[in-house]
Design a protein around this ligand. Structure first.
Ligand SMILES: [Zn+2]
Length: 641
């Protein structure tokens, strides 16, 4: 094996000391590189040398962020997690200083792009763009206002999210209202001294209650509480937040926050967002009406007087239809998804698809005994290393995500990535299997794009609204009967029946038109608030829901005050649907009856994943498909019944 470069050497004890010295060392290196760059403001070292130093600076920062963020999320020792958080804050502070460092910016401006090769020129132009977006070239007054705005945006955003988390509301119901709910739900909701049961607006209560409670009046009471969380406090905060963002964008010369935000995305322009929303709304119209008719007909069997469907009924009747029309037995499905077999199957499937082997490294040091480490190998070449940390434990990150440990740099640093999930050690739900494939899509992207010279291009370094597309596409392999039968076997080694997979697919596909329309309502809200800053947000919610959603507005509710994604996504809530459109387009190149066809799989690997951030996502997709991306495959998928 040509084993250069070596994996990062992880400690066998004293992780606190190791983490502190690694992060402090990397940040110190970064500071030294900044002063070295500034010393050479005459540009005497030459463009190549300057850009190589800039690359070293990016790499030092990326390495510090990666290990700090990973350890703050996974280490079993709380002290190590806190040390990771501190290192993350230190790295953020340094990054902010660098972004506003006028002297450093001037050094880069002085670099002649003509003296660089194509890749170097791209890194250089992205760096200048990021500097300008931070406001480094504005006058002192504007820069100080930008700083104030950024601080206030963070504070208001945090308060907005905190209000949502803290405002847990509840209703009290007669114990027999819980008829139809799962036994464990009933058992964990005993009656209080007044003989009534409390049901809260927290998701572990809200979702099962709205899905299974047969009492429509009780569901209506809970919806009213749920859609009024953080009202009215967050209404004023949201007004302030979108106004701050608007001022921020205008100061930098954009016509609003959406244009500022979209500039660095695949969608490119703020004005393309409403066009996209309208296009998806139109494309999903037939499917959405078809689905809502089915729901409404079933609802009217119980309540003939009702004329439209809203949040009071949509989850409940969705579940009724799943039971009555699709007949998928969740217990039976689980019996085919033993964790160990799924993990082995995932490695076999992706190994075959991307022509790699995963070689277990049984004695590799790791932060917890649950972590399984593999080298990713092709022929005699080690491409990277992955660490799978897949079971829950106290203090660990509670969702599913891919983390970088080290970005790969050609001939210099091996790509290492970590999958952090919370799956059962025994039998898995099928949607967890889908999640595992999805997250593994990010991991394999991180490794396969780990062969660049430039840190800026390494791994999942692509536009934010494209990032999900490769993972959304890999989910298709977790829905294919032939693929599933290669590893999903029950305790007697009998593979999952193809008819069962077909029923699971049909149940999953029902409602995709409804889903698209509701997503477009959310996307339109996120865009409209940021573009126009309306006086009456509740009225805007009502209007947009009528226009985009097929579910009706519930009178007396204020959805926007608990729509937490307005903090993190800003005007860009469209992104998830955007990348799904791209994912369906990418998948259209594959043959559903031959999911492992070598030519297309390798072309995808080499032209979409391996380039990382070295080209714009639209160019990667066009290079793979042989044409620019389009909406055809997505529209066709919506039409399929
Ligand atoms: Zn993802």
């Amino acid at each position: 094996m040509t084993a250069v470069p070596e994996p990062l050497s992880l400690p066998t004890s004293d992780w606190h000391e190791w983490l502190a010295s690694r992060c402090d060392g990397l940040l110190e290196d970064a500071r030294c590189l900044v002063s070295e760059l500034k010393q050479d403001s005459g540009g005497s070292a030459g463009a190549d040398v300057l850009m190589a130093r800039w690359n070293d600076l990016n790499l030092a920062l990326d390495n510090a962020f990666a290990v700090a963020s990973l350890m703050s999320n996974v280490h079993p020792d709380e002290a190590v997690r806190s040390r990771g958080e501190k290192a993350e804050q230190d790295a953020h502070a340094l990054l902010t200083d660098i972004g506003l460092d006028r002297e450093l910016f001037d050094v880069l401006v002085a670099v002649d792009p003509e003296a660089l090769d194509d890749a170097g020129r791209r890194v250089h132009s992205l760096a200048l763009r990021d500097f300008r977006r931070a406001g480094v070239d504005q006058d002192e007054e504007v820069r100080s206002r930008l700083k104030e705005l950024a601080e206030r945006e963070t504070a208001v955003g945090q308060e907005f999210s905190k209000n949502i988390r803290d405002d847990v509301r509840s209703i009290r119901v007669e114990p027999d209202t819980l008829a139809g709910l799962p036994a464990d739900f009933v058992a964990s909701h005993p009656a209080g001294e007044d003989g009534l049961v409390a049901v809260t607006t927290d998701y572990p209560d809200y979702v099962p209650f709205m899905t299974f409670c047969r009492d429509r009046e009780a569901r209506a009471r809970l919806v009213l509480e749920f859609l009024n969380r953080a009202w009215p406090a967050n209404d004023a905060l949201l007004h302030e937040l979108v106004a701050l963002r608007r001022e921020h964008a205008l100061l930098l010369g954009y016509d609003g926050w959406p244009s500022y935000d979209a500039e660095v995305k695949m969608i490119g322009k703020g004005s393309a967002i409403p066009e996209f929303i309208d296009r998806i709304t139109e494309a999903s119209d037939t499917a959405a009406r078809r689905d809502v008719d089915v729901l409404l007909q079933r609802l009217r069997q119980d309540h003939p007087e009702i004329e439209s469907i809203d949040s009071v009924d949509k989850m409940y009747y969705g579940e009724v239809l799943r039971r009555e029309n699709f007949d998928v037995d969740a217990q039976q499905v689980r019996s085919y998804f033993d964790f160990g077999k799924v993990r082995a199957g995932l490695l076999a499937v992706t190994g075959r698809l991307f022509d790699v082997e995963y070689v277990e490294v049984p004695d590799a040091p790791a932060w917890h005994a649950d972590v399984a480490t593999y080298d990713v190998v092709r022929g005699d070449r080690r491409l990277g290393r992955i660490h799978l940390d897949l079971h829950p434990r106290k203090g660990k990150y509670g969702h599913a995500a891919q983390f970088s440990l080290t970005p790969g740099i050609r001939d210099r640093q091996l790509a290492e990535g970590v999958l952090v999930c919370n799956f059962s050690r025994a039998l898995m739900e099928h949607d967890h299997v889908v999640t595992l494939f999805h997250e593994f899509g990010h991991l394999v992207h991180h490794i396969l794009a780990g062969g660049h010279e430039w840190a800026r291009f390494s791994g999942v370094a692509t536009e934010w609204d494209f990032v999900e597309a490769p993972s959304q596409m890999l989910e298709e392999w977790a829905w294919d009967a032939d693929v599933l039968q290669s590893f999903a076997t029950d305790a007697n080694e009998v593979p999952i029946p193809a008819e069962l997979v077909a029923k699971m697919r049909a149940a999953n596909e029902f409602g995709k038109g409804l889903y698209a329309r509701t997503q477009m309502f959310y996307a339109a809200l996120s865009y409209t608030l940021h573009q126009n800053v309306p006086d009456d947000i509740t009225a805007t919610v009502r209007d947009l829901q009528r226009r985009y959603d097929v579910f009706s507005y519930v009178p007396g509710t204020h959805f926007h005050t608990s729509f937490g994604h307005l903090e993190g996504y800003g005007s860009g809530y469209y992104t998830y649907m955007w990348s799904l459109v791209i994912a369906k387009d990418l998948f259209s190149a594959f043959d559903r009856s031959d999911m492992f066809a070598t030519e297309v799989a390798h072309r995808y690997r080499d032209r979409v994943l391996a380039p990382g951030g070295s080209r714009d996502a639209a160019d990667l997709v066009a290079d793979f498909l042989g044409r620019p991306y389009n909406f055809d495959a997505f529209e066709q998928w919506l039409e399929e019944v």
